[in-house]
Design a binder for this molecule. Structure first.
Ligand SMILES: Cc1cc2nc3c(=O)[nH]c(=O)nc-3n(C[C@H](O)[C@H](O)[C@H](O)COP(=O)(O)OP(=O)(O)OC[C@H]3O[C@@H](n4cnc5c(N)ncnc54)[C@H](O)[C@@H]3O)c2cc1C
Length: 317
């Protein structure tokens, strides 16, 4: 498609902005599933100002905007997505600052920064707080949006404040007290997390290293980390009698659904809550299998599963 005939090619959304733009950009290479179609436009703002202006223009022109982190909790439909997909790849969105004077109590991190890298740097500096998240692939922004975490804790446990550039292009700052961090969810308004301040504590380096090793080994032992997936497909459901969350993977296993397959997508034998893909799989295979597993689990066990993985489809928010 030429620039002139492209749905976003003739707009004046980006022409004069400090952004890099790729039209009809394949997204598979940017997601952990490694499948799915293109974005009408993949845009990488090179400054906070360019991001704000872009969002304002998209909002005024009715162009849908999506924000892509590391694509670790995401499935893109085979026919791709409309509108603009933004990535915070530029250095201005990937910074890490320790507080300058006295003992470090907080770090300010960019929304586009890799979580794993941040954990390695903070633990190497003898700072505890992020090690519960070892092994979770994410950007800081994606982790905060999803309140990523697990058995050892969630990112919300460390958050002091968050900067969100909302769809009107305005940055608003949310202090911890104003944010509800729930299981795999935050109530931050729609928009782009561009930075966060995280509270960390000085720790004994030897003990911190030992704890990090324990968490890393636990994670590798329970999840199929080498396979293409987006982590857990469903949230752990609440047990109707006890009110406690129970393992979705165990419920799926109890329903006898491990190994169920549609096309190139299958329910992992190692972890019932992972839908993994083989070469040649389509996003539609994963979507159909995810729906089948939820339906069959309900039929066989009475437990309703709620999806955790985000599906991006044309025409949908
Ligand atoms: C092998 C594997 C293991 C995993 N294990 C865990 C685990 O133990 N615990 C866990 O919680 N998760 C786990 N996940 C899921 C995933 O790592 C988390 O959900 C993570 O937070 C996704 O971050 P991301 O940057 O990749 O976001 P993406 O997948 O790119 O996006 C997810 C959602 O966040 C939004 N988003 C992304 N960036 C921003 C931003 N800057 N501002 C606002 N919204 C944004 C997206 O629009 C989308 O709605 C696992 C995934 C894989 C592949």
């Amino acid at each position: 498609m030429t620039m002139a005939t492209h749905p976003l090619g003739s707009t004046t959304l980006f022409a004069d902005l400090d952004v890099s733009v790729e039209l009809d950009a394949p997204l598979a290479q940017h997601t952990w599933y490694g499948i799915g179609g293109t974005a009408d436009a993949l845009v990488r703002p090179q400054s906070a100002e360019a991001l704000a202006t872009l969002l304002r223009r998209c909002s005024r022109n009715g162009v849908r905007v999506r924000i892509l982190g590391e694509g670790a909790n995401l499935l893109v439909a085979d026919d791709g997505v409309d509108g603009v997909v933004i990535r915070l790849d530029a250095p201005c969105f990937k910074g890490l600052q320790l507080n300058a004077d006295g003992p470090v109590t907080a770090v300010r991190v960019g929304g586009g920064r890799d979580l794993g890298k941040t954990i390695r740097e903070t633990t190497a500096a003898g700072l505890a707080g992020l090690e519960p998240l070892i092994g979770i692939p994410a950007t800081i922004g994606g982790a905060i949006r999803m309140n990523a975490g697990g058995k050892y804790g969630s990112i919300g446990d460390t958050v002091q404040s968050v900067g969100v550039v909302e769809w009107d292009g305005e940055e608003r700052v949310y202090d911890r007290a104003a944010i509800r961090f729930e299981y795999r969810h935050t109530d931050l308004p729609p928009g782009i997390v561009t930075w966060a301040v995280l509270a960390l504590q000085a720790a004994d380096p030897v003990a911190l290293r030992a704890r990090s090793k324990e968490i890393s080994e636990y994670k590798a032992s329970v999840q199929p980390l080498a396979a293409h997936s987006a982590g857990c497909m469903y949230k752990n459901p609440v047990h109707p009698a006890t009110g406690n969350r129970i393992s979705a993977g165990k419920v799926i296993d109890d329903a006898g659904l491990k190994g169920t397959r549609i096309g190139g997508a299958l329910v992992s034998q190692q972890h019932g809550n992972f839908i993994v893909v083989e070469p040649g799989a389509r996003a539609a295979d994963v979507m159909e299998l995810a729906a089948l597993v939820a339906d069959e689990t309900f039929t066989r066990t009475g437990v309703r599963l709620e999806r955790e993985v985000v599906f991006w489809r044309r025409g949908e928010a």
